[in-house]
Write a protein that binds this ligand. Structure first.
Ligand SMILES: NC(=O)c1ccc[n+]([C@@H]2O[C@H](COP(=O)([O-])OP(=O)(O)OC[C@H]3O[C@@H](n4cnc5c(N)ncnc54)[C@H](O)[C@@H]3O)[C@@H](O)[C@H]2O)c1
Length: 499
């Protein structure tokens, strides 16, 4: 941060004002006030960042396994010891409660720990000796300069899905975080520098479509990792691939949980409330729709409502369960679905627009909201709302529930709640989604499994982190080598030095 309270880019190992003339407002969403500005990169600024990353790739792409591992372990130690600072930044700019911020960082740290073990994977593999003087083997190499474009809802964790793995495998990075809560990206870049990362390996440019477009068409950017809404994911995938890049693009979601009559309704109610209202519903794995079999819908709604009455909405820096939404516009849009529900003939059971937060009248508040009897033709059912609005749709049984889930445009996460092992096993095979929970509402793979959905929730085949992440950021080369007699000026087989 500079004297004028404007957040700079981070290019070639330090802050940079760049040449772009536009800035954006960064709000404190619990107070409803602008707390700082962020610079918006011009195409020229993106070019400067890519040039720094391309130059740094010359050394970093050739650096030893030991060198990369040293930096990753140092980053892990620093992040672990200073994660409280990062949590404060997340809560101040995003609004999530501090415990959610701590949870976000913990999940990011798991990927960092996974990445610490990755540099050795770039050593390739011995394949076979095909004759006395010829070996065939593979090299695994980094792809080059990688672009990462991230959304507002997890400003630390989503970048950490990508940059630790990219950097550990020898790539250099230009990250374009969300302009709504951008400071976490600079904080992490500075920490990587403190961990010993050379200048230019990790760059951050801020901004909007102009910066994203500059990355998508830049000839020196080898790959793009994107996370955000489905229309932008599709645009990024199509534009990036048209410009010859590897692209992984994770999109939006509309996650259902199917509740069969034999389910434990207390477990279901706890799960629905946690997964529906955690992080104010601004999660790609949030449960948005409860598909309840008719016979248990009323008692289930009663249990969910009881639990909702205990939730406290407020400033995430104080003791509460749910913070504000990210912007006034987003809060207003989410709140408009409550009117839409009434227009479409649904029953609003709990109206979050009534929430009052002591001492913070201007925050972007919307309390937990529950809507019953939502018609499946309503936009409340079909749109990704991305806020604390939980819909109940009553179904006749498993077949109707499955059909509703599978006919939707998204396929991120989904869950079934039942004591019937046969139904659960059928569901995990028959449902069209990338992540499936059985008596668990938000299935979140651990760091060494990959994360990503199906259909409109993922463009391109590469999911985030885990084995997909390693494959995405590396490419393989098969080498056939004839070992000449050194006395004839052939290969030097001396022990290699670490750079
Ligand atoms: N699938 C997942 O794993 C996952 C994870 C987190 C969030 N998400 C999704 O992200 C969305 C919420 O985040 P958001 O509102 O920041 O998403 P968004 O699509 O509005 O923005 C994502 C990124 O794209 C940039 N962007 C926005 N409009 C653009 C345009 N017209 N052209 C080029 N770039 C543009 C933004 O600056 C940001 O960096 C939700 O849809 C949520 O489901 C998905």
């Amino acid at each position: 941060m500079n004297d004028q309270n404007i957040l700079d880019h981070w290019i070639n190992g330090g802050p940079s004002a760049g040449t772009g003339t536009r800035t954006g407002d960064v709000y404190d969403p619990a107070k409803g006030i602008v707390q700082k500005q962020v610079r918006f990169a011009s195409a020229g600024d993106v070019d400067t960042a890519v040039a720094a990353a391309a130059k740094a790739f010359g050394d970093w792409g050739q650096s030893s396994i030991a060198r990369r591992q040293q930096v990753m372990f140092a980053f892990r130690e620093l992040l672990n010891s200073r994660k409280g600072e990062l949590a404060q930044i997340l809560t101040a700019e995003h609004g999530k409660v501090l415990s959610d911020a701590a949870g976000e960082i913990a999940r990011g740290l798991e990927v960092v720990e996974f990445a610490c073990s990755l540099p050795h994977l770039t050593k390739g593999a011995f394949s076979e000796q095909v004759s006395t003087d010829v070996d065939v083997y593979t090299l695994k190499q980094p792809v080059g300069v990688v672009g990462i474009i991230s959304p507002f809802n997890f400003p630390a964790m989503v970048p950490m899905w990508f940059f630790p793995i990219a950097i550990a495998t020898g790539n250099t990075v230009v990250l374009k975080p969300s302009e709504k809560d951008p400071s976490a990206a600079n904080w992490m870049a500075e920490l990587m520098a403190e961990a010993g990362l050379p200048a230019g390996v990790f760059n951050v440019v801020h901004g909007d479509k102009e910066a994203v477009d500059a990355l998508l068409v830049h000839p020196d950017v080898a790959s793009i990792s994107f996370v955000g809404s489905t229309p932008i994911a599709k645009y990024v995938y199509e534009t990036g691939t048209a410009h010859g890049k590897r692209v992984q693009a994770l999109g939006g979601a509309k996650n259902h949980m199917l509740v069969l009559p034999d389910a434990d309704l207390d477990l279901v109610a706890d799960a629905a409330v946690n997964a529906g209202f955690g992080s104010a519903g601004e999660r790609c794995m949030a449960i948005s729709v409860v598909l309840a079999v008719d016979t248990i819908a009323d008692p289930l709604i009663e249990k969910i409502t009881e639990r909702m009455a205990t939730l406290k909405t407020g400033d995430g820096r104080r003791s509460c369960d749910m913070g504000p939404l990210i912007t006034r516009e987003h809060r207003d849009k989410v709140a408009s679905y409550v009117d839409q529900a009434s227009t479409d003939g649904a029953t609003v059971v709990v109206d979050g627009r009534d929430v009052e937060v002591d001492g913070e009248p201007d925050g972007f508040w919307l309390g937990p909201t529950l809507i019953d009897q939502v018609p499946t033709t309503s936009k409340v059912y079909t749109d990704e709302i991305f806020g604390p609005v939980l819909s109940v749709v009553r179904v006749s049984g498993y077949p109707e529930g499955l059909e509703l889930i599978n006919s939707g445009p998204y396929g991120n996460g989904t869950a079934i709640f039942t004591n019937d092992g046969g139904a659960a096993r059928r569901f995990q095979r028959e449902v069209e989604a990338g992540m499936v929970g059985v008596n668990v509402p938000i299935p979140v793979p651990v760091a060494y499994h990959s994360f990503g959905g199906w259909k409109g929730s993922l463009f391109g085949d590469a999911k985030a982190y885990g084995p997909h992440g390693v494959e995405f950021f590396t490419r393989e080369k098969a080498v056939t080598a004839r070992w000449l007699d050194p006395s004839h000026g052939g290969l030097n087989l001396g022990f290699p030095q670490h750079s």
